[in-house]
Write a protein that binds this ligand. Structure first.
Ligand SMILES: [Zn+2]
Ligand SMILES: [Zn+2]
Length: 273
């Protein structure tokens, strides 16, 4: 396979292979810069999240592996489920499952595809007004604790709520790789809004901080290709400080922004104690 044989969706996705059989499919031309991950074993492959749906992620994934591909949805936010409808098998945490058919997802997508949110053109033939996030139906549920065997590659499912109630991340213990989804990434951590919960988020960061010294590679869903494991205990302590009433550096109508070295936390303006 060479990049020159690949057609249009490829121009939208920036594809890297941070570990053998682990592909990052990054949508760098939209300012959420979401990253979905394809992990292939000798028997099968999983696509962890399906991005915005602006381009054909299935076509791209199928050019990267010839193993059967099923989808695991880390959580139900619109920027992680856009291509779900293209796949037959979708696994998700039960607390996120009811939201895969929210009509508001399409509105969020269209807003995110306006010129001020784009760093480059939409793919050829894609009309912003016709973009939609089609409903999808989960075919299996993950609660956390499961180990998914792909053939020579095992992914452990971690339930790490806080950003959203059923948020999942994925650990390849053998290779010390964490696919950290929206739990941790080197940018603003969204801990405000209807589905966020600060104490849950802190507990999830505590779990990851315990794991951090063993991790070699952390692959996040936003803001960068990598997260330095040493940042996780710092994030844990920062979240604890926010819960303890730390004053935000900036406040707007919906959130307080807490600024730290290498990341921020978006928290409710009044943190309930
Ligand atoms: Zn999210
Ligand atoms: Zn996200």
């Amino acid at each position: 396979m060479t990049m020159t044989t690949l057609h249009d969706p490829q121009l939208w996705f920036t594809i890297t292979e941070p570990a053998p059989g682990v592909f990052a499919l990054a949508e760098l031309q939209q300012d959420d810069q979401v990253r979905s991950y394809l992990v292939a074993g000798s028997e099968r492959a999983v696509l962890i999240d399906t991005g915005t749906g602006i381009a054909d992620i299935r076509a791209v994934a199928e050019q990267l592996t010839n193993r059967p591909i099923s989808v695991i949805t880390s959580h139900s936010h619109w920027d992680h489920i856009g291509g779900n409808w293209q796949f037959e098998e979708i696994a998700i945490h039960p607390l996120e499952a009811p939201y895969l058919d929210e009509p508001s997802n399409t509105l969020s997508l269209r807003e995110a595809a306006t010129p001020e949110h784009l760093l480059g053109p939409l793919p050829t033939g894609v009309d912003r007004e016709k973009l939609e996030i089609r409903p999808s139906t989960p075919t299996s549920l993950l609660h956390g604790g499961e180990v998914i065997d792909l053939g020579g590659v095992e992914l452990e499912v971690l339930h790490l709520p806080g950003h959203s109630p059923g948020l999942l991340a994925f650990l390849d213990r053998q290779r010390s790789i964490l696919i950290s989804t929206d739990v941790v990434y080197p940018g603003p951590l969204y801990a405000f809004g209807e589905d966020a919960n600060l104490p849950d988020y802190l507990r999830s960061l505590e779990r990851l901080a315990d794991l951090a010294p063993t991790l070699r590679l952390i692959l996040p869903a936003h803001d960068s290709d990598r997260l330095d494991p040493r940042l996780i205990p710092v994030m844990r302590d920062a979240m604890a400080a926010v819960i303890d009433g730390r004053a935000p550096e900036q406040v707007d109508a919906e959130k307080g922004t807490h600024v730290f070295d290498g990341f921020e936390i978006y928290a409710p303006v009044a943190v309930a104690s």
